[in-house]
Design a protein around this ligand. Structure first.
Ligand code: UD1
Ligand code: CA
Length: 452
């Protein structure tokens, strides 16, 4: 029977190297805070407890993760003040007082450690016991702790860069930070960690040599560098983003999506695109975007919390703000902004419109230059347009207003009252033609010039 599992995620550090008011672990990769990447991974290995260690200085982190605490397995432990990674794990001990099983320690600034890799570590522990650490070969190991191996390949110790000898620094095998051990063993070793090192901090990495001293077996699992990437600076953050984008692009193409120029399409962690969709260059998918089968996203579209139905066509140059839902075969053309609006199957807005806080019925056509005036400077109002309606070009729909099924609005109308089904609403000054006025005016001007 496999042992119970808990995860402790360290997020109490200040992240000084980010030079940011925002705590480091709240910086986002693929539109998701780094701490949430770690929490999601812990949940995917079915950790029955997830303890997030944060500090009073990182109040924003505590608030951010607080919404996950409660019925589920997540709890918060406070490290005050932060005195190093070993001290951080110890701060989580009380939260696991009644826990018996394996603990996986993860870092909040290391977003891509995969659940598969953690499973592999837990598996190795189940087979061989002791302490398992996740190592990776770094192209540039600067800043990482170095893994010093024994002749038999077991882990002798982890040395921080600052405390390393030249010989140790030449080692390219690095510490990802992830360590897995039996809970009781881990906490008893942590109690022995001292801070006699270059940073005067309590290093989690010391549990390896301390463990060996009391006869624990210590092993490594090797992972990819791209999985173990730790983010300490904005440069690392950009590197992590690049790793994520590259993966997201490949995953989309593998799932049957055409990306004409993959490098110019940006994804979020939760972007969902169905097969046979075509994504043209320079498209940005913010959070919560779903694109239906066979939809065509033309160049330069920006989408955020938006659903696009099967076979729909959007852009080029269209913007979709949160709460937009486009049904099957909807067509949105250039320079159209859609916000918190639903468009039913086959509805169209082909040019230059603002479609905000409105429900549009099936097959309705919205003419060029239509503006939904949804805001009066204080409140927002919602409007509806029925099915098979036709909104003339340059209509201003002053919300709240209802346009019935099959109704028309006259071009250039300012619609402030409901238009019943099947009617035409015209709200503009009636045209009058002044007989010969233009010719007479021209003659008058010509004479005035001659007299000068
Ligand atoms: C750490 C490891 C290093 C490893 C690297 C991998 C130690 C001593 N060093 O170094 O071997 O190669 O990660 O990325 O463990 N934190 C706390 N409380 C603290 C200090 C840190 O919660 O008192 C948290 C931070 O918020 C962060 C994580 O622990 O999420 C790692 O801390 P950081 O200072 O970034 O460690 P590194 O110098 O990167
Ligand atoms: Ca780090």
């Amino acid at each position: 029977m496999s042992r119970a599992r808990a995860a402790i995620i360290l997020a109490a550090g200040q992240g000084t190297r980010m030079k940011s008011e925002l705590p480091k672990v709240l910086h986002e990769v693929g539109g998701q805070a780094m701490i949430d990447w770690a929490i999601a991974t812990a949940q995917r290995i079915d950790a029955e407890r997830v303890v997030i260690v944060t500090s009073p200085q990182n109040k924003a982190v505590t608030e951010h993760v607080a919404r996950r605490v409660g019925a589920n397995t997540v709890s918060i432990a406070i490290q005050d003040p932060p005195l190093g990674t070993a001290h951080a794990v110890t701060s989580g001990e009380a939260s696991l007082a009644d826990f018996d099983g394996d603990v996986v320690v993860m870092y909040g600034d290391t977003p891509f450690v995969s659940p598969e890799r953690l499973e592999q570590m837990l598996q190795l522990r189940a087979e061989k016991g002791g302490i398992v650490a996740l190592a990776f070969e770094a192209a540039n190991p600067a800043g990482y702790g170095r893994m010093i191996l024994d002749a038999d390949g077991s882990l002798q110790g982890i040395v921080e860069q600052r405390d390393a000898t030249d010989f140790e620094r030449a080692v390219k095998l690095c510490n990802s930070g992830v360590i897995c051990a039996d809970a009781k063993t881990l906490f008893s070793l942590l109690a022995q960690v001292k801070n006699d090192n270059a940073k005067s901090e309590y290093y989690l990495t010391d549990v390896v040599s301390l463990g060996r001293a009391v006869g624990q077996k210590t092993h490594i699992v090797r992972g990819e560098e791209s999985d173990a990437l730790g983010v300490n600076s904005r440069i690392d953050l950009a590197a992590a983003e690049a790793v994520f984008q590259k993966r997201a692009r490949l995953a989309a193409m593998e799932a049957g999506v055409t990306l004409i120029d993959p490098e110019t399409v940006y994804f979020s962690h939760d972007t969902e695109i169905a097969a046979d969709a075509i994504i043209e260059p320079n498209v940005f998918f913010g959070r919560g975007v779903k694109i239906g089968k066979g939809a065509h996203v033309h160049a330069f579209c920006h989408l955020d919390q938006t659903e696009v139905g099967e076979g729909a066509s959007i852009g080029p140059f269209a913007r979709f703000r949160p709460g937009s839902k486009l049904g099957k075969k909807v067509k949105i053309g250039n320079f159209v902004e859609v916000k918190n609006a639903t468009l039913a199957e086959g509805a169209k807005a082909s040019h230059l419109s603002y479609i905000g806080d409105i429900d549009v019925g099936a097959r309705t056509n919205i003419g060029a230059g239509t503006i939904v005036c949804n805001y009066d400077g204080f409140d927002k109002y919602r409007s509806t347009i029925g099915e098979d309606a036709f909104i003339g070009s340059n209509t201003a729909l002053v919300s709240p207003v209802k346009i019935g099924d099959r109704a028309y609005t006259g071009t250039g109308s300012v619609i402030t009252k409901d238009v019943p089904a099947g009617d035409l609403g015209v709200a503009r000054a009636r045209q009058i033609n002044l007989d010969g006025w233009a010719d007479k005016n021209r003659e008058k001007k010509r004479k005035a010039k001659e007299q000068k």
